[in-house]
Design a protein around this ligand. Structure first.
Ligand code: FNR
Length: 374
């Protein structure tokens, strides 16, 4: 399909599904158990409706913002998603170039197919910001070395993932197991798959199981956050907050931000949809939004989804799968394409809402209904 015929993120996903291998499709699209949380991440956005304001000056309309002090052309970012080479030989560097050309920030996974320095080198300008997603290894000194390496390279923030101490059960991914040969062919820097702890009743935990082996399962508020603070000067964001109580704890612990996320429904099945957690935080603890930056990810596919999250107080919205699909289908041009689609949808929505900047998006503009549109 010519790129010009792609009008929505769903169109892009449809093209990608046709070009991806069975294994890549299984790894990218799968989610835990019956995929309820993943499905509801997407559907939950449709329970939020707007109260648009009219007769306002919106001819000058800017969707630009700042995320952790870094300029971003849109209130979105690329969520870390591992193994982009499964979909395209240039993998994550497609995303780096596409994001750089459009002024969007990419969060690079610990389990990327390229090293942090290779991805850093793919930036289109010396001022292009990059965030780093950390899976903390059990061994503190190994984790410290990695954090200091990315800080020395020039990465702008650390997102510590806390919702994946063990791999969620993703049936389709488990049926397409990840073998050492695949890792070598795909060029990932991961340790070879070892039979052992992640073997369960004769089944492996698929790609995700192989990737989280070796991660620290004993992270705590008391120990891990102060440890991370002591080894880096970079802003720290906790990725994988799934309830109001932990959002409050994070603010009290003194991190710079939280990313409300259930890992795209890939970890605990029946974790509440991300936008619902954001909504509860807005209702129950509006003060938190004054103290730290709050981001959300999971299921956002339209400009209106992003605008709803911004009205509820999010600084920006992350997306994972859409960028994997876009780079798989068309390389960096695909990444630029979906960012342009989102830009058009966001600016269009802002104008019709009566908002000329992201500051004009306020809680009074959105209402949660208790019925689910068909
Ligand atoms: C992920 N995600 C993820 N998160 C993380 O912290 N480190 C990682 O390496 C990965 N890897 C990864 C691979 C794939 C294939 C997917 C789909 C997701 C989770 C990711 O950062 C984010 O939470 C979700 O992708 C957001 O949901 P959507 O936008 O994909 O619905």
């Amino acid at each position: 399909l010519p790129l010009g015929r792609i009008l929505t993120l769903q169109d892009m996903e449809d093209v990608a599904r046709d070009v991806l291998s069975y294994k890549a499709n299984a790894y990218y699209s799968s989610a835990a158990d019956d995929q309820i949380t993943h499905t509801e991440n997407v559907r939950a956005f449709s329970r939020f409706f707007f109260h648009p304001r009219v007769l306002r000056t919106v001819s000058q309309c800017s969707p630009a913002t700042k995320i952790l002090g870094c300029r971003s052309s849109l209130p979105i970012f690329v969520s870390s998603a591992a193994l982009a080479k499964l979909g395209h030989p240039l993998g994550e560097t497609n995303i780096t170039r596409g994001a750089g050309r459009t002024g969007v920030i990419q969060m690079v996974s610990t389990n990327a197919s390229f090293s942090a320095s290779e991805i850093y080198a793919a930036r289109v300008s010396p001022t292009q910001p990059l965030f780093f997603q950390l899976y903390k290894k059990r061994d503190d000194s190994e984790a410290e070395k990695l954090v200091q390496e990315v800080e020395a390279l020039g990465y702008n923030a650390i997102f510590l993932t806390v919702d994946a101490i063990v791999a969620g059960r993703r049936d389709r991914d488990i049926k397409a197991p990840f073998a050492l040969e695949d890792q070598e062919r795909e060029g990932t820097k991961q340790q070879p798959y070892v039979e052992g702890p992640q073997e369960e009743e004769g089944h492996t935990l698929g790609t995700s199981g192989a990737l989280v082996a070796g991660n620290d399962v004993d992270m705590t508020w008391e120990k891990t956050i102060p440890w991370l603070r002591s080894v880096t000067k970079l802003p720290i964001v906790i990725k994988g907050i799934q309830c109001v109580a932990d959002a409050v704890l994070a603010a009290e612990t003194g991190v710079d931000g939280i990313l409300i996320s259930n890992h795209g429904g890939r970890q605990l099945e029946y974790s509440l949809p991300s936008i619902e957690v954001l909504y509860r935080l807005r209702i129950q603890r509006p003060d938190i939004f004054q103290r730290i930056e709050v981001y959300v990810e999971g299921g956002a596919r339209r400009g209106t989804d992003i605008l709803k999250a911004l009205c509820l107080g999010a600084t920006a919205v992350g997306m994972g799968r859409p960028f994997l699909y876009a780079q798989s289908a068309y390389g960096d041009a695909g990444v630029v394409k979906i960012i342009r689609i989102l830009e058009q949808e966001i600016v269009y929505g802002m104008r019709l809402l009566g908002a000329s900047s992201v500051r004009d998006l306020v809680p009074e503009m959105v209402e949660r209904v208790d019925w689910q549109p068909e």
